[in-house]
Ligand binder design. Structure first.
Ligand SMILES: O=C(O)CCC(=O)C(=O)O
Length: 298
């Protein structure tokens, strides 16, 4: 499963720093500290008209699943939560969870650490540079891989393992790649991943109940899961109507759990593009390709 986290588009400072013209170099570099002030968007980031962002997408009706009763062991609440989850999964696969048991402070720290990380100079972030073919590390757009329809975003991805023998894998990875100053940063995401692991196993129970297999069925199957945690950061863009932060895609995962910031922008294609309005108290959950059964007609 992938666990995504996104953060806000910070406001512009009064005096933008001098713009260094790096974007038209032979090897395009996505340096957000430069590009965020640039009125001329490099053509590689401009999406074709038919794929341009749809700013006023109608809201997608998604159930707000209250996990409070279920997590405290109330069987009636578990039945109701699993009914809502099952209904959402049959329709489009998206639902929100509230009273999910994840500490608000931890969520706020995770967003704060993200702002701090992506505010660092490019060369510092590149200590964790993601290499071609690897899943983990820092990536600034996909400039090394593609030459058109590039996303206006930076990401930091790392692996989490629920296996007992990998109990500190997130913190170790972040300290080893970024340096010892990142110990606290690593601790925050180690804790966050553990909280997401607990939440995801609870959701697996609800999926088990809703599909009529035992409550423990998917929980046990995913108990020693390997997951990818991804921080998605969308820098300010002077021409947001020309660019996309993340292009249209399907999640290849079993489950994705996303915490949005308050800016918005997440859209799901259900007959047309529909938006999911940010809610700080909620996680957006969707089942991915490996949990979906598709109907094929011949
Ligand atoms: O950042 C978002 O709102 C969604 C990102 C996403 O869909 C992904 O990383 O797979």
């Amino acid at each position: 499963m992938a666990i995504d986290c996104i953060t806000s588009i910070p406001s512009m400072p009064a005096h933008p720093p001098k713009v260094e013209q790096r974007t038209e170099q032979k090897h395009l570099v996505f340096d957000a500290s430069v590009l965020r002030y640039q009125p001329n968007i490099p053509k590689q980031f401009i999406w074709p008209d038919e794929e341009k962002p749809c700013p006023n997408a109608p809201e997608l009706p998604v159930p707000l699943v209250d996990l409070g009763g279920f997590l405290s062991g109330d069987p009636a609440a578990a039945t109701e939560a699993s009914r809502l989850v099952g209904e959402a999964c049959r329709k489009h696969g998206f639902f929100l969870v509230v009273n999910h048991g994840v500490d608000d402070k931890l969520i706020a720290y995770a967003h704060g650490c993200m702002d701090d990380f992506f505010g660092l100079p490019l060369s510092t972030k590149q200590r964790a540079q993601r290499k071609v073919g690897e899943h983990c590390g820092y990536a600034s757009s996909f400039t090394g891989r593609f030459s058109s329809k590039l996303p206006w975003k930076e990401t930091l991805s790392f692996r989490y393992s629920a296996d007992q023998t990998s109990s500190n894998v997130v913190q170790e990875y972040l300290c080893n790649t970024m340096g010892p100053d990142f110990e606290q940063f690593g601790r925050v995401y180690q804790d966050y991943c553990e909280a997401m692991n607990t939440l995801s196993l609870g959701i697996m129970e609800l999926l088990g109940i809703s599909l009529g297999v035992s409550r423990a069925h998917f929980r046990e199957y995913f108990e020693e899961n390997d997951s990818i945690m991804r921080l998605n950061y969308y820098p300010t863009c002077q021409k947001p109507d020309l660019t996309l932060g993340t292009g249209p895609h399907c999640d290849p995962t079993s489950l994705t759990i996303l915490h949005q910031d308050q800016v918005g922008g997440l859209q799901v294609f259900v007959d047309e593009w529909r938006s999911i309005i940010p809610n700080f108290n909620a996680f957006v959950v969707n089942i991915g390709d490996t949990f979906m059964v598709r109907k094929f007609t011949v």
